[in-house]
Design a protein around this ligand. Sequence first.
Ligand code: SF4
Length: 532
Amino acid sequence: MQIERAPASAAAKARPRVGFVSLGCPKNLVDSEVMMGLLDRAGAEITPNAESADILVVNTCSFIDKAKQESVDAILEMARLKTAGSARKLIVAGCLVERYRDEIQKNIPEVDAVVGTGELESILAAAGLETQPTAQSASPFNILGSSAAAHVPAEVRPGVESRSGTHNASSRPEGDRRATQGRFSRSEWDGATAQMPQYLYDHTTPRLRTTRSASAYIKIAEGCDHPCTFCVIPNLRGQFRSRRFESVIAEAEMLVAEGVREITLIGQDTTCYGEDLGLKDGLAQLLDRLARIEGLTWLRFLYAYPNRITGKLLETIAKHDNICKYLDVPLQHASAPVLKTMKRGGGADIFLKTIEKVRAAVPNIALRTSFIVGFPGETDADFEALCDFVADAKFDWLGVFSYSDEEGSRAYDLEKKVPKRVIEQRRRALMKLQKGLSRQSKRELVGRTYDVLVEGESAETPLLWEGRTQFHAPEIDGTVYLNDFGPFESLTPGRFYRCEVTEAHDYDLVARVLHEVPTGAAPEPEPAGVLL
Ligand code: SF4
């Protein structure tokens, strides 16, 4: 990606260098990319070198204890660099700010400013850069030139849509009801502002993509209205809100024109997409429209809420070759009493029926889920029910989280806490069970051929390259290692190759390249953003 800039001037030479650490999930990564875009447009230079940065930013995660600790460690490391190096400012952004706004600055005096998840635009003031009015002429998408701009439908050009980065004030009745029930209240959190985040970027917001090869995320919704008792994400991210349909299409068209070939739609719950905009089956409609974008090779979404997987959604996934046959549906547990206390509902029998429906509608679909073990009150029998369900359901990918007791969640006040030692034993036992199931299912893939998106040389050894099939979401699932390039001297990251699986390990595959899969004359997509 070539960024055209004004001729060098004294002001340009004085551009502050900003180093960015981004922690947590892809949703947080998109926030980092938006903040980098805003800083870049305001004249800052984004640097991968912390030692030479004038400003250091840590975009934090605060989902569970482990994530909070990782965030604090990263802040302390940057604080040390600031003291020892050339940085004159340290800014902390993200979920940790929503949770501990005052305490961060009180306890870590090196921190100069904080930026919550609902105030991404204030990164400019925090960095000492002036806020610039949003205009298409200033968007990094403009670097695509007139052909990409031509993809933007007239009805979503700036001036027609609501102010960039500000969400239209619509909501879901479920969310409004939960709000009156106190679901989003932060009154018990010291230092948190009462005002819930409302921000949501749009296609006119500058954004510097950091993801490797031909892959990009698009955040289609923010916040969550569900009542899960273990989860503080709604308190951190606010009520559910969707981006406008046309804005998502416009962003996807611009990314594809830039060379992106795989788009992953993200949100806490993408299956609620559009309900606040009055759309029925909004995600299915959105996928159906996006799948028609010429040049888009793979389209996927994360995450599905189990009771919102409609027939229409499955029909849409099955209908389009370029919609990945992949579904990530976090089920959290399979024992009905535990799910009831989690305020999620469902149980093993209902979930098995859902899985059957999904597999019947979309044959060979890859299913991913995640579970929490050690939720308050979880008995040995509940855990056994979960293991039996996992053995029956045979997921392609599975993640297991140890329950984390989060102050401010409803589960925090529950009795019958499970000892940490038992939680750890259960986590390990469930992972061991899944490892055996995964090994068995991966072995069945030997000899089959798949399209593989090549991502580049393996971090482990230059003798191997890495890639993914449509059944592997970026940065989440196993890896396809390529040890035989077939007719090629070398491979090109960001391109697709037909490959034959030659070996299977517990989670990863080894494959040999057969031939390249043409996906149109894509320019080499270079990420414009960089992280520390
Ligand atoms: S659906 Fe996910 S993000 Fe929303 S409250 Fe439940 S666990 Fe949290």
